[in-house]
Ligand binder design. Sequence first.
Ligand code: NAP
Length: 265
Amino acid sequence: MAQDQRLAGKVALITGAGSGIGLACAKRFAQEGAVVAGLDLQAPSGWAEIARGAPTTDFFVADVCDLSAQQEVVAELVQKHARIDILVTAAGVATGGPVHLLPEAEWDRVINVNLKGTFLTAKAVLPTMVAQRAGSVITIGSVEGIVGMEGGSAYNASKGGVVLLTKNMALDYAGRGIRVNCICPGFIETPLLHAAVGAEALSAQREKIRYQHKLGRFGKPEEIAGAAFFLASEDSSFVTGQNLVVDGGYIAGLRVGFAELMGLA
Ligand code: NAP
């Protein structure tokens, strides 16, 4: 075990670990010496790469909307590793459309996966953390859970819910030594982003979104994994109930081009 592995001896469960942000968290946590368990609708091709670097890796094919399936995952993990120290809830789906055009079924799908799924995963894992009197829960919200976006109705409502659910869990479980924090990413280069605004027909809108990231680019999944590592590690031992916004300045304020006029672009 390398001495600089800051999560050595920790057991982490990561939902949405098959892709994007969840997969990047799994890779980072494995590099830091954690036992990593991934959960997603299907196993990713990159999982073998993680398994090579990590002390132990498991992958569970399960739906975050299924409480009993996740309780079985937790039971298996606890039987194998005796504890779960870190939970990252990164499973998620996106949608678009204003309320009057959005089908009710689409609203239900997005709220179910993003918000209820976060609740159900936490519900499955928290009894273990309560019993061991320790844990770090990291939910994945979004800048769209803090500020609105045209056409974002269901997705933004789901992420706003995640932001406040996180704060409530932080209050409820602090007495048991469990920290609960949310990461609110800006727009991150993942398959989800590509599906949302990758189409050629949306190139002008995609460019306007990119421009609002004051650092001038979309984020990388590894940059969210770095924030998750901080919240998982002892470096954040006094941090709970927070939104850690990792967005390249997206919600810092409106960018209209004065920086260019001032020669600061
Ligand atoms: P991603 O690459 O699509 O990864 C999300 C993963 O979750 C996918 O593997 C997806 O499987 C899985 N998933 C979907 N529904 C599930 C379910 N019911 N049960 C289990 N797994 C399920 O997307 P990402 O960009 O990494 O997103 C991760 C999280 O970050 C999401 O909550 C997203 O809302 C949030 N986020 C993303 C961005 C961004 O710009 N990328 C910005 C802010 C917040 P399928 O591919 O089969 O659906």
